[in-house]
Design a protein around this ligand. Structure first.
Ligand code: 5GP
Ligand code: MG
Length: 173
């Protein structure tokens, strides 16, 4: 088993800047002035905090917790359990930006959408992830991604955080 640095803090900051620009362009194009940002616990919240700050959003960052699914290195099950932890305001008819650190199968995002729709009907949901990696098992794609990467199934990306954010790549053999 080996671990190496894949993206250092400077590379992550640059990617977050690019994501911020892409999100701004998208919001402007769609005439959205007050999006509500929601991070998926835990890595997604660290990423969302950076984006939330850069976009200077008026309302607090929301977050969703995931239980009994994945941590950084272990796939615990194939049915992600997502529960709301903090949604600062109602999501009905709001434009949401859902943020996660890594998108792989898409099952976590799907579960997060399910939970959100239990709370209301958002006007739109944009998915922003720091890393869009291979391995999709559902028709879900990121609208905005910091990095796109193909990895072997035995490789895991570890995001150290919260400060500074550094991305490690671990090979398991
Ligand atoms: P998915 O549900 O799309 O398969 O996986 C996404 C979720 O699992 C995200 O919440 C993400 O944090 C975690 N995840 C999936 N693959 C990786 C990975 O390689 N590294 C890390 N750190 N998290 C991952
Ligand atoms: Mg996660």
């Amino acid at each position: 088993s080996t671990t190496d640095i894949w993206k250092d803090a400077a590379a992550i900051e640059a990617a977050l800047d690019t994501m911020t620009t892409r999100l701004r362009e998208r919001l402007t194009r769609r005439g959205i002035e007050q999006p509500l940002m929601i991070g998926i616990h835990t890595g997604g919240v660290w990423v969302a905090e950076r984006l939330h700050r850069r976009l200077a959003l008026a309302e607090p960052l929301g977050h969703l917790d995931i239980s009994f699914y994945r941590d950084d290195f272990t796939r615990v099950g194939v049915h992600p359990q997502v529960r709301p932890s903090y949604l600062p305001v109602g999501i009905e008819e709001r434009h949401l930006i859902l943020v996660d650190d890594v998108l792989q199968t898409g099952r976590t995002s799907r579960a997060a959408l399910n939970v959100l729709f239990d709370y209301g009907r958002p006007a739109s949901v944009t998915l922003a992830v720091l890393v869009e990696r291979n391995g999709r098992e559902l028709p879900i794609a990121a609208d905005v991604a910091g990095f796109e990467a193909g990895f072997d199934s035995d490789e895991q990306i570890k995001l150290s955080g919260p400060e500074p954010l550094v991305m490690l790549r671990a090979h398991r053999r």
